[in-house]
Ligand binder design. Structure first.
Ligand code: MG
Ligand code: ZN
Length: 218
């Protein structure tokens, strides 16, 4: 019984995600699903990304959180088309959340949609939102063991970000261990080490990666 219920939820989600994908592609929008644990710097990454790319393209943002509109308020300073989704007790975004939020965005001329998922390395992996790419973000302050403990978040990722590189010298984080764990789980995946707060060379690589992927899809 239980298994059947879960299968039905995922099937419905996949159908809605397919509709999102179709609508976004028709509008010429490239969509990123950004996932990572709480406090790894997702919102700061979105702020900086929008700041760095907004002279070249039109961007919209959907941000998921249980309560509060704090992230959306931060991002809206850089991106007027920012929509907050409150999931209540829900610990991840589902395709229907994104679909509702999409209804509040004017997609004319929009090139890039960034969806900041709820801070969680477990269930956002299993829910298709209609994105083109999934990005998994880790950081140097959360401990080196996270990729090994959350292997599905690595496996689902089109690129892995390691944020808070500016703090590397202050924390116990064996970066070679991180790199080898990620490569063991997904040999071909690119790892981008960056500081979203400082806007370093890694951030240039990240925005470059987005532009490459957008160009490759066209
Ligand atoms: Mg956030
Ligand atoms: Zn969840």
């Amino acid at each position: 019984m239980q298994v059947q219920v879960v299968e039905n939820i995922l099937k419905l989600n996949d159908e809605l995600a397919g509709m999102n994908r179709q609508a976004l592609r028709k509008s010429g929008v490239f969509t990123i699903d950004l996932l990572g644990g709480p406090g790894c710097g997702k919102t700061t990454l979105v702020e900086r990304t929008v700041e760095m790319l907004s002279s070249e393209m039109k961007i919209a943002v959907i941000v998921g959180d249980l309560t509060t509109a704090r992230d959306a308020e931060r991002i809206a300073k850089f991106c007027p088309q920012t929509v907050q989704v409150n999931t209540g007790k829900g610990c991840h975004l589902e395709a229907h959340h994104v679909r509702q939020a999409m209804g509040k965005i004017d997609f004319s001329g929009v090139d890039l949609l960034i969806v900041e998922n709820v801070g969680n390395l477990v269930c956002p992996v299993g829910f298709d939102l209609g994105q083109d790419v999934k990005v998994t973000m880790f950081c140097t302050t959360e401990g080196v063991d996270k990729p090994a403990k959350y292997p599905y978040a690595v496996d689902a990722a089109d690129v892995v970000l390691l944020n808070k590189m500016d703090l590397l010298q202050y924390v116990q984080f064996e970066i070679e261990q991180f790199r080898s764990d990620v490569k063991r789980l997904k040999p071909a995946v690119e790892i981008i080490e960056c500081s979203a707060l400082k806007g370093d060379a890694g951030m240039k690589r990240w925005t470059g990666w987005i532009k490459e992927r957008m160009a490759a899809r066209k």
